[in-house]
Design a binder for this molecule. Structure first.
Ligand code: ZN
Length: 221
């Protein structure tokens, strides 16, 4: 999960992309209308979110997720519960492995304060292209609460996926949305943003400060 605070940090860093630019192909008309989609939930904090978020050090975060063969009512219920859990935790993205469900499913909402902005649901997402400059942004993750570190990633991502109705989609994203997609897709492969942090010493200190063990990090060099 990307934290909301990280989203704000993105703007504060002045990377020239306070807003994510997004081009969504084959977008259904309903996506831009104020009518809620079938999986839309009220954007509010629940006292008892339906799902439990797992933290760094928990092995469930390290297991790769499996493809979803059928997008049915059960999957849509999981999507609603993931969205409720994400909004309750002030997140802008959540991947199913973070709630111990090993399915290739991601929910993202870069505008959690705007009720009219529908969340993005990505089922079985596959990266087609990574483009643009490699950018440094500060990321956080509610599976590693309190820890915010610089991570390098390509600026642009092109991804194919299925939506909550099982319809094939393609989207090209930059800015915050691109970050969120790449961060959440890592979760589907059992990878956490701390694995990608290059400043090992600073990371160890940050993890220690927030009660995490540096041994739980699987470095990607
Ligand atoms: Zn995360």
């Amino acid at each position: 999960m990307l934290s909301r605070i990280w989203g704000i940090a993105n703007g504060q860093l002045g990377m020239g992309k306070g807003k994510a630019a997004v081009k969504i192909d084959q977008l259904p008309a309903s996506h831009n209308s104020p009518m809620p989609s079938e999986v839309a939930v009220e954007k509010k904090k629940l006292e008892k979110p339906p799902l439990e978020i797992h933290y760094l050090g928990d092995r469930v975060l390290r297991q790769p997720a499996k493809r979803i063969n059928r997008v049915d009512a059960e999957i849509r219920q999981l999507i609603r519960e993931m969205l409720q859990t994400m909004y309750s935790a002030d997140g802008i993205g959540l991947a199913a492995p973070q709630v111990a469900v090993h399915k290739q499913l991601i929910v993202i909402d870069c505008d959690p304060d705007k009720p009219e902005n529908l969340p993005l649901v990505l089922i079985n997402p596959a990266i087609q292209k990574l483009q643009g400059d490699v950018c440094v942004f500060q990321e956080g993750c509610l599976s590693v609460p309190g820890v915010y570190m610089d991570v390098k990633r390509p600026e642009v991502v092109e991804v194919t996926y299925k939506d909550e109705q099982g319809r094939p989609k393609k989207l090209t994203a930059t800015g915050l949305l691109s970050r969120a997609i790449q961060h959440e897709m890592d979760h589907l492969n059992g990878v956490l943003f701390v694995d990608r942090v290059e400043n090992n010493l600073a990371l160890s200190e940050e993890l220690k400060k927030h009660g995490f063990s540096a041994q739980a990090v699987n470095r990607i060099d």
